[in-house]
Design a protein around this ligand. Structure first.
Ligand SMILES: [Zn+2]
Ligand SMILES: [Zn+2]
Length: 415
């Protein structure tokens, strides 16, 4: 039998891993500068965590989880990371720490879905969570970081949509009004919407089915969707958020149909899309989930965050050039070569040489193709004089250095 990676999974090969590292480095830089700390939670958790923390009415929990039984305990590969972060937040009593708690994560997630472009069964997410801040300034801060990151990756044609779902009080009223309006024509909606009608009518608003979209566009239902239903507190929160976004010069549009897939979102929800490939692609989704910590057994703690799918980012971003190798040693004196290579490496200079010890001209060829900026030539003459020849592989210019000079040159100039 020929073995291959399971359907919906992908090897990240040595020739492409630098792109992933680039994405991770950019993210880490932004999180560091914003004073967010990384959290790493297990890849599997008790199934119950996701049933409660993602929601029993979601497709994720109903259809897409990888669940297995081990010694009579039901465990699940994480389909997302917010539930795990909240579980850790409660378990380690982080709510007792000075607030806010600002965290980020990255890693593989698992959902059993039909694999398609940009969507894998094992996929990777990067995300942030802020705990302990009720004010919309936290919402604005995480949105700013998301926009910053997407700009750093040079993902073009970005647009930010925001909405306010209201709190438990005002949202219930809104849900019921939508239910009332939809009720007479409910049978015309898709099967999923009929389930959503019972469980969470708001989620009918972002149904992708064309028929459902048309039905919702009817003037009467549309008027209810666009009605200003939110209570004064939620309304203030939304105005506050928009004030911060304006202060940050971040453009946005309000989309009253933006609800996001998860039931525990409240107040702010947002989505960033890119039109870089000619059609709208969501690259970041997030929002406020104030009820979740309490739902999972912790003390009431406001929270807001977002997540991005890295495969999607990869398909939209401008690929960086791989720039790593600085020096390729060309020599048939292997004792000298291995010694100098190790010295340069220890000094922090990325160095390689031909482990196969091929002929001199073949090695020069290899150096040119290696992506290194310089070839370091150690021939008979260099061995005698102790002066090494450094050849700039772009310009062809050669210069002689003794070894210590060489190390200084690289360490001072950093190129
Ligand atoms: Zn409210
Ligand atoms: Zn529908």
């Amino acid at each position: 039998m020929k073995l291959s990676a399971p359907k919906g999974t992908k090897d990240i090969l040595p020739s492409e891993s630098y792109v992933w590292q680039f994405m991770e480095d950019k993210a880490k830089f932004i999180f560091d500068k914003s004073n967010y700390k990384e959290i790493r939670t297990p890849i599997f958790e008790a199934t119950e965590l996701f049933a409660r923390g993602v929601g029993n009415s979601t497709d994720i929990v109903n259809k897409e989880m990888y669940t297995f039984i081990q010694k009579e305990r039901s465990l699940t590969l994480r389909p997302e990371n917010t539930a795990g972060v909240v579980r850790a937040f409660i378990e380690h009593g982080m709510f007792k720490l000075p607030s806010p708690l600002k965290m980020w994560y990255k890693g593989p997630m698992f959902r059993y879905e039909r694999p398609q472009a940009g969507r894998q069964r094992q996929f990777h997410q990067i995300g942030v969570e802020v705990f302990g801040i009720k004010s919309a300034i936290a919402d604005a801060e995480v949105i700013q970081m998301a926009m910053w990151y997407l700009n750093e990756l040079k993902i073009s044609k970005l647009s930010l949509e925001i909405n306010n779902l209201g709190c438990e009080k005002c949202r219930e009223e809104h849900k019921n009004k939508i239910k009332e309006a939809v009720k007479p024509i409910l049978a015309e909606f898709c099967e999923d919407c009929n389930i959503r009608y019972e469980r969470n009518s708001l989620r009918m608003l972002d149904c992708k089915n064309e028929k459902c979209k048309q039905l919702l566009a009817s003037t009467e239902i549309d008027a209810i969707i666009n009605d200003d239903y939110i209570c004064p507190e939620c309304s203030d929160h939304f105005i506050e958020l928009q004030g911060y976004l304006k202060a940050l010069n971040i453009e946005y549009t309000i989309n009253k149909r933006l609800v996001r897939g998860l039931d525990y979102y409240n107040k702010t929800v947002f989505e960033i899309t890119s039109n870089a490939l000619g059609s709208q692609n969501a690259v970041c989704g997030g929002g406020r989930y104030d009820p979740l910590v309490e739902m999972l057994g912790g003390p009431s703690t406001p929270a807001v965050g977002w997540a991005m799918g890295m495969e999607r980012l990869l398909s939209l971003m401008e690929l960086p050039k791989e720039e790593n190798l600085q020096v390729f040693i060309v020599s048939n004196y292997m004792n000298e070569t291995i010694k100098i290579a190790s010295e340069l490496r220890i000094s922090g200079i990325c160095t390689d040489y031909d482990l196969g010890n091929r002929g001199f001209s073949k090695q020069l060829d290899k150096a040119a193709k290696s992506g290194a900026k310089y070839a370091l030539i150690i021939g008979e003459e260099e061995l005698k004089t102790g002066n090494l020849t450094l050849k700039n592989l772009l310009s062809g210019i050669q210069k002689k250095f003794d070894k210590n000079e060489l190390i200084l040159k690289f360490c001072n100039k950093k190129n």
